[in-house]
Design a protein. Structure first.
Length: 96
């Protein structure tokens, strides 16, 4: 992978492995994308624009419609909505 990144003029992210800083969440999300889009739909994309649109569409669906068991079988946006409705000071983070 490092060689492919260098050939493309890119630098890989640097992180540790086997602890809370590894890419487990991202790897899980990419795995879901591969299963739910690439393997299930078997798209035949003819341009990078089509890939971009399919990816954006899946991300929107994943965040607004897909039920996540870890948050009570609701989509992330529905789970987070109450946090945005709470009154807060301007120096506080949006969600704690």
């Amino acid at each position: 992978m490092s060689a492919a990144l260098r050939e493309a003029g890119l630098t890989g992210s640097i992180g540790s492995v086997g602890d809370a800083l590894d890419n487990a969440l991202m790897e899980s999300t990419i795995g879901l994308f591969k299963t739910e889009v690439i393997e299930h739909e078997r798209p035949i994309w003819q341009s990078w624009r089509q890939v971009e649109l399919a990816t954006a569409s899946w991300v929107h669906w994943y965040n607004t419609e897909r039920l996540h068991s870890s948050i009570g079988d609701m989509p992330p946006t529905e789970f987070e909505d109450p946090n945005y409705a709470l009154p807060r000071r301007h120096d506080e983070p949006v969600a704690a």
